[in-house]
Design a protein around this ligand. Sequence first.
Ligand code: GRF
Length: 189
Amino acid sequence: TRVAVLISGTGSNMASLIAAGQTADAPYEVVVVISNIAGAGGLAKAAAAGVEALTVEHKPFGKDREAHERAIDALLAERGVQIVALAGYMRLLTPWLVGKWAGRMLNIHPSLLPLYPGLNTHARAIEAGDLEAGCTVHIVTEGVDEGPVLGQARVPIQPGDTPDILAERVKTAEHGLYPQALADFVRRS
Ligand code: GRF
């Protein structure tokens, strides 16, 4: 199964998806990485792993979000991509792209959804006095950070945790969860 990963930044989840997809019995392969930010850290990581790494900046499209997405979608079609995995892709998607990839687009979110959709999840979890945090892989639907849950991983929140410390602990869990959830999803579909 041919997978594309969309990123905007560091791409640590992207790297774990690529690595797992390159193992012998992997049910999927990451064939292209696309960033909306030129020079995003993940692009170099993808290229180093032998994966095509492309940039489609949103800026030239101005307010026309859908035109930007159509440019991305054309690249996905050319490469025969079957599943799209969002991994720190920091653009809201239009109903057009979500509809086009309905049931074939996954996202990872750094909270135990339905808790804390949106940004600053770790600060909010600490502030609320939660004893655990985590991450969720889900199917992308029109509502932000909604959609059927494919898997979750939990980590403890320790006394004295800052959002950064907690983010790091959750990230480690993300790197295990996302490739597993994607592989399970591909095997079932
Ligand atoms: C991750 O925490 C992910 O859950 C969120 O954005 C972050 C991306 O990090 N959606 P990275 O670029 O994969 O390191």
